[in-house]
Design a protein around this ligand. Structure first.
Ligand code: CDP
Length: 232
């Protein structure tokens, strides 16, 4: 069976990665969380104190880019890939609120984007990939056979992310999560380089009132009809 590329973009905490993982598992495709890569660079920035009072030292970050090595490694027991920053597993560390509050500023830097986009395109060369992010259908894989654009109300998204963070033991208030989501949405949609927007050929999915199963069934039907149209 021919393999396709599936690009999933959308606002913060719209469940892109949950859907992408489900699809990759069902189709036996590779799953790549491009947001994890931006988060890992943000973690590097924090660790090296390249940001102070929300002001990013862009010049030094650009200087350091050749020293930032990112890789995904499959964890057999978790049955999932985890991200490594310079050889260190940072899969949990990149989910902190500190990283969440820094990442969208780091993601505005064109040099950072160039480096990560090149890596992402390399990973998707053989197709059979599901990647989620903000610029996957527009910049990373403009020729993707299936493009999805996920949305949901800010309140629903904040509630879901708040529960998720609580489950993983991160102490945070609902208000702080809502604040982070709305400010990231704003930064992501208004930045000059590769802003988040719905490309013309993307299918919009508003999952405010959809269960995970309903969403998965709906998208799987889209995938199957795409695969059929390609095979015929
Ligand atoms: O928290 P959530 O899962 O919604 O976001 P994420 O996918 O982990 O991405 C974190 C941040 O990385 C986003 O808010 C963007 O600022 C940035 N990002 C980006 O600029 N381009 C991508 N392709 C993916 C993420």
């Amino acid at each position: 069976m021919k393999k396709i590329t599936i690009a999933i973009d959308g606002f913060s905490s719209t469940g892109k990665s949950t859907l992408a993982k489900q699809l990759a598992q069902k189709l036996q495709y590779v799953y790549v969380d491009s947001g994890a890569m931006y988060r890992a660079v943000a973690l590097y920035v924090l660790e090296h104190k390249l940001i102070a009072v929300k002001v990013l030292d862009k010049a030094t970050l650009i200087d350091h880019l050749p020293r930032i090595n990112l890789a995904f490694r499959y964890n057999e027991s978790l049955k999932a890939s985890e991200i490594y920053l310079n050889g260190v597993n940072v899969n949990t560390a990149i989910r902190s609120m500190e990283v969440s509050n820094t990442v969208s500023t780091v993601a505005t830097v064109p040099e950072v984007r160039q480096q990560l986009v090149a890596l992402q395109q390399h990973m998707g060369k053989a197709k059979g990939i599901v990647m989620d992010g903000r610029d996957i259908g527009s910049v990373v894989f403009p020729d993707a056979e299936l493009k999805l654009f996920m949305t949901a109300s800010a309140d629903k998204r904040a509630q879901r992310r708040f529960e998720e963070l609580k489950r993983s033991g991160i102490e945070v208030t609902y208000e702080a999560v809502l604040d982070n989501i709305t400010s990231r949405d704003h930064l992501d949609s208004t930045r000059k380089d590769s802003p988040l927007f719905k490309v013309n050929d993307a299918i919009e999915i508003d999952n405010s009132n959809m269960s995970l199963d309903e969403q998965f069934e709906k998208v799987l039907a889209l995938v199957n009809s795409k695969l059929q149209s390609i095979t015929n």
